[in-house]
Design a protein around this ligand. Structure first.
Ligand code: ATP
Length: 296
C-alpha cells in the first residue's frame, strides 16, 4: 500500500489545505476514499475534448454565502493558447483555477470546455483532461520514479525519463546516489520547493493533458530554477491550452493573454506589451517588481 509521509489522522486537515492550495484532487480523493462534495448530475455525459478551448461566462462565486469572491468574470482561452492570471493576493486568481477543475460549482454564469458546460459532464472525464501543477505538490513516501510515474502509471521507463528531462529534473535525479530509486518525502530525501514543482511538471507532462493549469508557487524560487520552470512550461504549453496563475510577472511575458484581477473582477486584459503601453495596474505591478528585483 502507498504510504504517505503524513499520519492518516491528519488527512482531513490536509484535504482542506489542499483545496486551498489547488493540489491534485484526484490524488487526494483516492487517498481519502472520500466522496467529493461536487457530484455528477444525473446522466452526466463524458466531456468530449476537441482542441480544448475554455470559456468563463459571467462567473460569480462565493465560498461563503455572504462574501462573493468572483463578481462576474468572463474570458475565453482559444485552443492551444496560454492565459495568465495576475493580481494582488486574494484577488481570486487561484479560485478561477479551482473552478475550472470543478472543486466547486459556480454560483452563477458558466464555465465551458469546447462548448460543454463543465457542470454537466462527469468529473472523471473533466479531470482526465486537466493536468495540474499545484503550488504545493503532494509527494508519496516512495521513489522519485514512482512520484513522477504517478502522472500516468502506464507510462514506459523511457517516457518517464523524457518527462523528467523536459521538466529539467532528470540531471538532478541522476546525480543522486540512489538515482531514480531515491526515496522522497518525510522519510526520504526532502525536495526543495522548486524541485517539487518540477516533479509536478514531469507528472503533468506524463499525463499529456489537453489543458494544463499551473499555479505558480508564491514562495520565491532562485532565478535559475525559475528560468528552468519557465522554459519547460513554454515548451509544454505550445500544444496544450494553458492557464497560469502567476505571481512573478517575468514568468508570463509570452502569454497570449494576461488577465489582471482585483477584488474578484478582471480590471485589465491584453498581452504584456499592450498592458505595458496602457500604463495601468499591470504596468504599476511590473515597475514595482522590477524595482524590487534591482534592489535584491
Ligand atoms: P494569492 O495570490 O495569495 O494566492 P489569489 O488571488 O489566488 O491569492 P484566492 O486563493 O483565489 O486568491 O482567494 C480569493 C479569496 O477567497 C481570498 O480572500 C481568500 O481568503 C478566499 N478563499 C480562498 N479559499 C477559500 C475557502 N476555501 N474558504 C473561504 N474563503 C476562501
Amino acid at each position: 500500500m502507498l504510504q504517505l509521509f503524513i499520519p492518516l489522522g491528519a488527512l482531513g486537515i490536509i484535504y482542506r489545505q489542499f483545496k486551498y492550495t489547488l493540489a491534485d484532487m484526484d490524488l487526494v480523493f483516492k487517498l481519502l476514499t472520500k466522496e467529493p462534495e461536487i457530484q455528477n448530475i444525473d446522466q452526466a455525459k463524458e466531456l468530449e475534448v476537441g482542441k480544448a478551448s475554455i470559456s468563463f461566462e459571467d462567473v460569480h462565486f462565493a465560498y461563503q454565502a455572504d462574501r462573493e469572491i468572483l463578481k462576474g468574470v468572463s474570458f475565453t482561452v482559444p485552443a492551444g493558447q496560454t492565459v495568465a492570471v495576475v493580481g494582488h493576493s486574494g484577488a481570486g486568481k487561484s479560485t478561477l483555477a479551482r473552478l475550472l477543475f470543478r472543486f466547486y460549482d459556480v454560483s452563477a454564469g458558466k464555465i465551458t470546455v469546447d462548448d460543454q458546460n463543465i457542470h454537466d459532464v462527469t468529473q472523471d472525464s473533466l479531470r482526465k483532461a486537466i493536468g495540474i501543477v499545484p503550488q504545493d505538490t503532494v509527494l508519496f513516501n516512495d521513489t522519485i520514479r514512482y512520484n513522477i510515474q504517478y502522472g500516468n502509471l502506464d507510462a514506459s521507463e523511457t517516457e518517464v525519463k523524457e518527462a523528467a528531462a523536459l521538466a529539467q529534473i532528470e540531471t538532478f535525479i541522476e546525480s543522486l546516489p540512489d538515482g531514480w530509486d531515491t526515496k522522497v518525502g518525510e522519510r526520504g530525501l526532502k525536495l526543495s520547493g522548486g524541485e517539487k514543482q518540477r516533479v509536478a511538471i514531469a507528472r503533468a507532462i506524463l499525463k499529456r493533458p489537453d489543458i494544463l493549469v499551473f499555479d505558480e508557487a508564491t514562495s520565491s524560487l532562485d532565478s535559475s530554477t525559475e528560468q528552468a520552470i519557465q522554459q519547460t512550461l513554454k515548451q509544454v504549453s505550445t500544444t496544450t491550452t494553458t492557464m497560469v496563475v502567476a505571481h512573478r510577472l517575468s514568468t508570463i511575458i509570452d502569454a497570449d493573454q494576461i488577465l489582471v484581477m482585483d477584488g474578484g473582477k478582471i480590471i485589465e486584459r491584453g498581452s504584456h506589451s499592450e498592458l505595458m503601453q496602457k500604463k495601468g495596474e499591470y504596468r504599476r505591478m511590473w515597475d514595482l517588481q522590477q524595482e524590487a528585483a534591482e534592489e535584491s
